[in-house]
Design a binder for this molecule. Structure first.
Ligand code: SF4
Ligand code: ZN
Length: 308
């Protein structure tokens, strides 16, 4: 097998493109895919400072590495979720990554805010991932706005987008399909543009990139991910991909080309402002403030029931 670019011995096979690369040419290919996504979708310009959400996993660290290498101005944002050893390890690796490269990183520890994921889940009887998703969305939006960024980038890859699309289609979540796009323009004064520069690259490709670039990322999955429906969808898509290479790419690209514009009209209008925190909301208060109200109510009931 020969490298598609330099004709030297290839080490990385990309089945969905029927091509293969040696290590240096794979890095060039990866960077070109990221650049193509940024330019094609007009995600941001080299003059803009990009806030990159970094979890400590391979995708977000690969994204940060690629953007930095391509010359974009970036600042990392890490949420320490408070999920035991998994979070401690994630934070340590993210901080080590930033320090080794001299990159600016903002770390917010949810435990210090009283909003650690296990606390939010236990006090509201919600699945940990539901509470976690709300906290991440809220803090990312809020911090991006408060710190004056115009764009927030996340490490969602092709597999993430294909699995999300499959879930949205299986349940015909039309309002979610309307908002599934690699670039989301702000619909409220406190929203910033949200972009996914890795949406053209598969999980396999980001893993190879992280390996070749010697990125030290968290390999263990979050303990709460066991049994997650997203993993079931990914597994189903991996089987289809093995039998028919290119399925995931075709699924996502054709949705964006043909399907998404048709669903865009189902967009449920711009949000209003949360009566409690001022962030965008579709109800009187935003979903995160609703969650916090439940936590506060439960704390108050427990305190009242305590013997004096
Ligand atoms: Fe959060 Fe669930 Fe992901 Fe763990 S698996 S980081 S709890 S969303
Ligand atoms: Zn709110």
């Amino acid at each position: 097998m020969k490298c598609k670019r330099c004709r030297g011995p290839a080490e990385v096979q990309i089945r969905q493109h029927s091509s293969a690369f040696c290590r240096p040419c794979f890095i060039i290919y990866f960077h070109r895919q990221v650049e193509r996504a940024i330019h094609k979708q007009r995600m941001f310009t080299p003059e803009e400072e990009v806030l990159v959400a970094v979890s400590g996993g391979k995708d977000s660290l690969a994204l940060w590495d690629a953007l930095q290498t391509l010359g974009y101005r970036t600042v990392g944002l890490h949420l320490a979720l408070g999920i035991g050893a998994y979070s401690t390890d994630s934070t340590a690796r993210t901080e080590a990554f930033a320090q080794a490269r001299g990159l600016q990183l903002v770390t917010v520890r949810l435990e210090e805010e009283g909003h650690a994921v296990p606390t939010l889940a236990a006090f509201t009887n919600r699945p940990a991932c539901a509470a976690c998703g709300m906290a991440k969305r809220y803090y990312f939006d809020k911090l991006a706005f408060e710190r004056g960024f115009s764009v927030l980038a996340t490490g969602h890859n092709l597999d993430d987008e294909a699995a999300r699309l499959l879930g949205n289609v299986l349940h015909w979540q039309v309002d979610h399909l309307a908002k599934q796009h690699p670039i989301l323009a702000p619909t409220h004064e406190r929203f910033v543009r949200k972009v996914k520069p890795l949406y053209r690259l598969s999980e396999y490709e980001t893993a190879v990139y992280a390996f070749v670039r010697r990125i030290d990322y968290v390999v263990d999955e979050c303990p709460n991910s066991v049994g997650a429906t997203q993993l079931v969808y990914k597994d189903a898509l991996n089987r289809l991909e093995a039998a028919m290479p290119g399925t995931k790419q075709n699924f996502v690209q054709e949705f964006l080309r043909v399907g998404q514009p048709r669903f865009a009209s189902a967009f449920d209008g711009p949000p209003r402002s949360c009566a409690r925190c001022g962030m965008p909301s579709f109800g009187e208060v935003c979903s995160f403030c609703n969650l916090l109200r439940e936590v506060e109510d439960k704390r108050a009931r427990r305190a009242a029931a305590r013997p004096r």
